[in-house]
Ligand binder design. Structure first.
Ligand SMILES: [Fe+2]
Ligand SMILES: [Fe+2]
Length: 326
């Protein structure tokens, strides 16, 4: 009998900056509380499931800030990007929301590469105490970017590794919203926009899930929606859809069983399974907080950086306008 040990998983802490056109002190307050709890949890390592930033896709500064912040924790952290860090899942059609251009929000290779200079490769796998840990940004699938080919090669590689008792994978997006064989949601329909936004489309979803099963993944960790759901068994794999560390739960009217409190997951590795427990933030930070600027994905030319409360204000990274048309 091997002794049990723990690791932590957190996702979507969306740390922003007072030098920005938008800021939420409640996000910062919750992260501060969760960070202290993680530091004191005894976890041997920390998995960070993406959306570390509020606007990392346009402010390189937020990568630096997030990296330095994680490095003050007493355990090593292993990071994948989220869409707020590197851009969204690709679309060739615009969604119904006036305030954003979905096409302009498509992730770019430039941003994925820049992210990797701060946090390491966007696809990784390693062993710790006999457990395999694998991380990848699933939304690369279907992008047609060079990184997509690397993703499929990486997943193929996972299927050829020696079998292990526990294999934990982390991917930011949910693989599906309701069921693994649901049809693709239509980005142009207002009622299907959010399910489109949060899940992975076919045929990539099926291919990915097949490869994860073949790779012996026992536990799949997801974030992105900011709403916790009960664990779901898919064959031998358990899907854990985690709430955010700091941010507002979304699609909450869709299901009865949801977790809308913020917090992180403490995962105990035992002989036969991994026990994933949600640990709510000690402080949900619901008091009066400083908040400014819009939510969502505002266009670059509509951002007002003069409202920044700390100087000098940030600005969108200069090459972005030309490369993405945002
Ligand atoms: Fe998020
Ligand atoms: Fe996200």
């Amino acid at each position: 009998m091997t002794e049990s040990w723990t690791f932590a998983h957190m996702t979507d802490h969306h740390l922003g900056s007072r030098r920005s056109y938008r800021f939420r002190e409640d996000f910062e307050c919750r992260w501060r509380s969760v960070k202290r709890q993680i530091a004191e949890s005894g976890a041997e390592l920390l998995l960070v499931g993406g959306d570390l930033t509020r606007d990392g896709d346009t402010h390189e500064f937020e990568y630096l800030q997030a990296r330095e912040d994680l490095d003050t924790l007493p355990m090593p952290s292993f990071v994948i990007p989220g869409n707020m860090d590197v851009g969204n899942k690709h679309t060739e059609r615009e969604g119904p929301r006036e305030a954003r251009s979905d096409i302009a929000l498509n992730m770019t290779s430039e941003r994925l590469t820049l992210f990797a200079t701060y946090f390491g490769p966007i696809f990784w796998t390693f062993m710790h105490r006999g457990v395999r840990f694998s991380g990848f940004y699933a939304a690369v699938a279907g992008s047609g970017l060079p990184e997509e080919q690397r993703l499929w090669r990486f997943l193929e590689h996972l299927t050829k590794l020696p079998p292990v008792r526990h294999h934990v994978a982390m991917m930011h997006y949910w693989p599906y919203i309701e069921s693994p064989d649901e049809p693709n949601w239509d980005i142009t329909k207002p009622e299907e926009y959010l399910p489109w936004y949060f899940g992975i489309d076919q045929p990539y979803r099926g291919r990915m899930l097949d490869m994860l099963r073949e790779a012996g993944v026992t536990d799949l960790l997801c974030g992105h929606v900011h709403t916790g759901r009960p664990p779901e068994e898919l064959g031998d794999m358990t899907i854990h859809r985690a709430p955010s560390v700091s941010s507002t739960a979304q699609m909450t009217d869709r299901w009865d069983e949801i977790e809308t409190r913020v917090g992180f997951q403490l995962c105990t590795v035992r002989e036969d399974d991994i026990d994933v427990q949600f640990v709510p933030s000690d402080d949900q930070c619901e008091g009066e907080m400083v908040v400014w600027g819009p939510g969502g994905h505002p266009k670059l030319h509509e951002r007002d950086y003069s409202v920044a409360q700390e100087q000098p204000p940030l600005a969108p990274d200069p090459w972005l306008l030309e490369s993405t048309g945002r």
